[in-house]
Design a protein around this ligand. Structure first.
Ligand SMILES: [Zn+2]
Length: 169
């Protein structure tokens, strides 16, 4: 089932997610719906907040659904190591048409549970590292405009308000 993706400034986007405690059929159905929703929008990552649910669940697939081995489900994830710096462009399904460079760690190691509740660790570099940081930010209630410089943030907020007035947001 394709879920509705909420756009900024929907309040749930700035709500930190509740940890997941039940690894049941309902969770697996929700995760499957998140993948379906993300693929339908050509995204590489989607956080539960973006479909209106403040829980610590995110899905990532850098292959856009082409390679099943790249499907990642991160439940209750946290970043346990960060190394180096990168400054590359990011987009977000909750901010259509906004793309901006965001300062991030070059490499991160994350710890998360899979949809069965099993803990695992994983390293990410470059795009995967950015996806981990962007999505885990969502789970903390942090959207990427708040990682931009004040100048860029204001420019983008103005652009959003203009699109809202024109009914294109
Ligand atoms: Zn996002």
């Amino acid at each position: 089932m394709i879920l509705k993706i909420v756009k900024y400034p929907e309040p749930v986007l700035q709500q930190p997610g509740e940890p997941v405690a039940e690894f049941d059929a309902e969770l697996r159905k929700f995760v499957a719906d998140m993948f379906e929703t993300m693929y339908a929008s050509q995204g590489i990552g989607l956080a539960a907040q973006q479909v209106g649910v403040a829980k610590r669940i995110t899905v990532i697939d850098l292959s856009l659904g082409k390679d099943p081995a790249q499907k990642l489900v991160l439940i209750n994830p946290e970043i346990i190591e960060r190394e180096g710096k990168q400054y590359e462009e990011e987009g977000c399904l909750s901010f259509p048409e906004i793309r901006e460079k965001i300062p991030r760690a070059a490499k991160v190691r994350i710890r998360a549970q899979n949809e069965k509740g099993k803990w695992f660790e994983m390293d990410g570099e470059e795009l995967l590292s950015r996806a981990f940081q962007h999505e885990i930010d969502h789970l903390d209630g942090v959207v990427f405009i708040f990682r931009m410089s004040a100048l860029k943030r204001d420019l983008n907020l103005r652009k959003i308000r203009k699109m809202q007035r024109e009914g294109t947001w």
